[in-house]
Design a protein around this ligand. Structure first.
Ligand SMILES: *[C@@H]1O[C@H](CO)[C@@H](O)[C@H](O)[C@H]1NC(C)=O
Ligand SMILES: *[C@@H]1O[C@H](CO)[C@@H](O)[C@H](O)[C@H]1NC(C)=O
Ligand SMILES: *[C@@H]1O[C@H](CO)[C@@H](O)[C@H](O)[C@H]1NC(C)=O
Ligand SMILES: *[C@@H]1O[C@H](CO)[C@@H](O)[C@H](O)[C@H]1NC(C)=O
Ligand SMILES: *[C@@H]1O[C@H](CO)[C@@H](O)[C@H](O)[C@H]1NC(C)=O
Ligand SMILES: *[C@@H]1O[C@H](CO)[C@@H](O)[C@H](O)[C@H]1NC(C)=O
Ligand SMILES: *[C@@H]1O[C@H](CO)[C@@H](O)[C@H](O)[C@H]1NC(C)=O
Ligand SMILES: *[C@@H]1O[C@H](CO)[C@@H](O)[C@H](O)[C@H]1NC(C)=O
Ligand SMILES: *[C@@H]1O[C@H](CO)[C@@H](O)[C@H](O)[C@H]1NC(C)=O
Ligand SMILES: *[C@@H]1O[C@H](CO)[C@@H](O)[C@H](O)[C@H]1NC(C)=O
Ligand SMILES: *[C@@H]1O[C@H](CO)[C@@H](O)[C@H](O)[C@H]1NC(C)=O
Ligand SMILES: *[C@@H]1O[C@H](CO)[C@@H](O)[C@H](O)[C@H]1NC(C)=O
Length: 603
């Protein structure tokens, strides 16, 4: 007994010393700025706090009052960016395809309306602007604040949706860090309302990852994703929030094997672990599938007699940026090796699982498309032409070293001539379309010149000859396959490769991918470009200067279907050919879905 007391005693002294070294608590806490104190907790590796409390973060946020003068500047600058560069601004005003759950939105007018509200605090204004932009349901287009999106509010629990044998849908606990006994209990109510309704409403109003509600519903819940080298839990936007939740806590009514209980959880900001990174399953063995080749950003498995490929298109950058072309070359040639291995093993059918692929490198999508189908072109694209974008295009195009920059005409290949543009005027073109009732001008349709985009240094690995046709491939996603992932999957779907979307609502076919756009950008990229260009009108530069702690991300180029050349891919509703569902097993082991997907190979 004595020893135990002694050890406890020493530990207390020890932790106190360490603690006081790292948290210089002032005698009167209220004199320390609360926001600074939260930063200290986060930055002190020996702090024994595991969470920031909701109320502390709220007090911090409420320490900055609303300033209408600043608000007007933010709105005016955001509007300039959108008018100048946001490729989909005018089409957003049109009636949407009924397959989508998004309304027509005249963003410029609605941004002006935000200024009519009275706010007490700056964060309330910022959140309203963020939420309004979020209503575009365009994952590439969003406003982010360093200050007010800094924290991740959680409460230990995450959920998934399972379809039972009788076809009914249930929300269940996927994981609960605070009380693992709750795992797989059914969630009946959330804050005393039916769980499915609450999650659906949240997906409708508060998520931005797809125009399609089913895909957004999946993003609100926990699903597995193949990321940088390992599986991790993605999505769970309902239980992992970057905006301060409206209420300090949330309650769940659970049914655990017939026993009904109600739990209440405070929203907290975990500071001791990074939940998004936590690997859930070891991808070396996925059910009965055998990993036969690990291509770093892709994995090649064999399951029974078919192959399964997982691809991550995330931007994985080399530590040494100067070696980028060799690095890319190795990534791509590894992928080619994986496919060649499949061919050599006599694999006749392949399932591509691209669930939760958030996009990243366009080159990966372009390369795999060409590898599998050497004769297909990628989606062409164009940029908005107006008196904000023209000076950037013209000035950038004067600089030879900027070939590769998306404002340089030599980074592209003309769709009309299938060769480089003769001049910047040729690239800017004279193309007026009617969008949302307005005349809008766009650059001439173009393909990326992938070599030029890597400043002329990227050599693409010579593709091996591969045996498969569109009948031998199936694309499987949970509806969340974005950006470059969509450039890959939506292009293959246009040549009749079958697609499957997993999850969503019973008997509701939904989108397998979204945002097959040409290019996304953000305000800091534009500022870097503005800083390099010498001959710009200074009024243009000041019109485009946002406070440094706000970043506006936006779709800068729209992509066009090859099948229907005037259709903008972003607004094309493309439901998957088939639908599968998660259940207790497949939510945690994707090999169950791979087995079900294999049934849909074309005969
Ligand atoms: C959060 O609140 C709990 C309980 O009131 C307290 O023990 C903890 O120290 C607080 N954490 C921080 C970081 O202030
Ligand atoms: C509001 O912001 C403007 C511009 O930054 C500044 O000049 C002004 O002093 C601020 N007003 C208040 C009340 O802080
Ligand atoms: C905002 O405040 C002003 C003046 O304080 C008032 O005239 C106006 O009606 C308020 N607007 C709203 C929407 O509450
Ligand atoms: C919108 O989607 C992106 C992913 O494309 C995500 O990173 C971001 O947090 C979302 N933004 C908002 C405001 O929900
Ligand atoms: C940006 O930073 C300034 C200075 O730190 C701060 O006053 C302001 O509240 C921040 N605004 C946003 C929107 O993050
Ligand atoms: C969702 O949006 C609708 C329409 O704007 C609104 O009536 C409803 O209260 C919102 N629900 C939530 C949970 O925010
Ligand atoms: C996965 O499992 C294999 C075989 O058990 C093991 O060799 C490997 O180290 C594990 N990988 C990780 C990341 O845990
Ligand atoms: C693996 O195969 C065995 C034998 O066919 C089967 O019983 C088992 O359910 C399979 N496991 C999975 C995870 O599919
Ligand atoms: C589009 O281009 C035409 C022809 O160059 C021009 O007359 C028109 O003003 C432009 N429209 C806009 C909105 O810039
Ligand atoms: C830019 O064009 C818009 C309309 O297309 C016009 O209202 C505005 O005055 C122009 N700005 C400049 C600086 O030319
Ligand atoms: C642009 O196209 C319109 C209609 O196609 C034509 O009338 C006009 O002359 C063209 N403008 C230029 C500058 O080429
Ligand atoms: C693509 O760009 C590279 C490098 O700038 C250039 O050498 C090549 O000719 C271009 N390709 C085409 C098809 O225009």
């Amino acid at each position: 007994m004595k020893t135990i007391y002694l050890i406890t005693f020493i530990l207390i002294i020890f932790t106190n010393i360490v603690y006081s070294n790292w948290i210089p608590r002032k005698e009167t806490d209220e004199n320390t700025n609360i926001c600074d104190r939260l930063d200290e907790y986060i930055n002190s590796p020996y702090s024994n706090e595991e969470f920031l409390n909701y109320s502390d973060v709220k007090v911090c946020y409420e320490s900055t009052p609303y300033n209408k003068t600043k608000a007007i500047q933010v709105i005016e600058t955001v509007k300039e960016y959108l008018k100048g560069f946001y490729a989909l601004l005018d089409q957003a005003k049109e009636e949407q395809n009924p397959g989508f759950a998004s309304r027509p939105i005249d963003l410029i007018s609605e941004l002006d309306l935000v200024l009519k509200n009275n706010y007490s605090y700056e964060f309330q204004f910022i959140y309203d602007v963020v939420d309004l932009i979020k209503e575009l349901r365009d994952g590439h287009t969003r406003l982010e604040s360093d200050n007010y999106h800094k924290y991740n509010f959680q409460h230990g629990l995450s959920m998934y949706s399972a379809i039972r044998k009788d076809g009914t849908q249930q929300i269940k606990v996927f994981n609960d860090i605070k009380d693992p006994r709750n795992i797989d209990c059914q969630v009946i109510d959330i804050d005393d309302k039916p769980a499915i309704d609450v999650i659906t409403e949240f997906a409708k109003n508060h998520t931005n990852l797809s125009r399609d509600l089913s895909a957004r519903f999946n993003s609100a819940l926990a699903t597995l994703a193949f990321g940088v080298r390992e599986f991790y839990i993605a999505g769970q936007l309902f239980t992992s929030r970057t905006q301060l939740p409206k209420n300090p806590s949330i309650s769940y009514t659970l049914n655990c094997d017939g026993k009904i209980s109600k739990i209440t959880r405070e929203w907290q900001v975990p500071i001791k672990y990074v939940p998004y990174e936590s690997p859930y399953i070891n991808g070396t063995t996925v059910g009965n599938a055998t990993l036969i080749f690990d291509a770093f950003i892709a994995r090649f498995y064999v399951l029974q007699d078919f192959g399964v490929v997982l691809i991550s298109t995330e931007a994985i950058l080399n530590d040494d940026d100067s070696d980028i072309e060799n690095f890319e070359y190795r990534l791509l040639s590894n992928i080619a090796v994986g496919f060649k291995l499949f061919a050599d093993k006599g694999i006749e059918k392949i399932v591509f699982d691209l669930s939760n692929n958030p996009g990243g490198q366009v080159i990966v999508a372009h390369y795999i498309n060409k590898l599998l189908f050497p004769d297909i072109q990628n989606f062409p694209l164009s940029f908005k032409v107006n008196n904000i974008s023209i000076p950037l295009i013209k000035e950038t195009s004067k600089l030879k070293k900027e070939i590769g920059n998306i404002f340089h005409y030599k980074s592209f290949i003309s769709v009309k001539t299938n060769s480089p543009f003769d001049s910047v005027i040729d690239f800017i073109g004279n193309n007026t379309y009617i969008r949302g009732g307005e005349q809008v001008n766009y650059t001439s349709k173009a393909f990326f010149n992938d070599t030029a985009l890597y400043y002329g240094v990227l050599k693409l690995p010579i593709p091996p000859k591969l045996p498969w046709t569109e009948k031998d491939i199936i694309i499987l996603t949970n509806g969340l396959c974005q950006s470059s992932c969509a450039i890959f999957t939506q292009r293959l779907a246009e040549i009749n490769v079958p697609t499957i979307a997993v999850g969503g609502f019973p008997n509701t076919r939904f989108s397998f991918a979204q945002y097959a756009v040409g290019q996304a950008m953000d305000s800091s990229n534009i500022n870097d470009i503005l800083n390099q260009l010498k001959n710009l009108d200074s009024s243009l530069v000041s019109k485009l200067s946002l406070p440094s702690n706000l970043t506006l991300y936006f779709t800068i180029a729209e992509a066009y279907s090859i099948k229907n050349p005037n259709e903008v891919m972003d607004y094309a509703f493309r439901p998957a050919d088939y639908q599968l569902y998660y259940d207790e097993r497949s939510a945690r082991d994707p090999s169950h879905l791979w087995m079900q997907a294999a049934k849909y190979f074309k005969k």
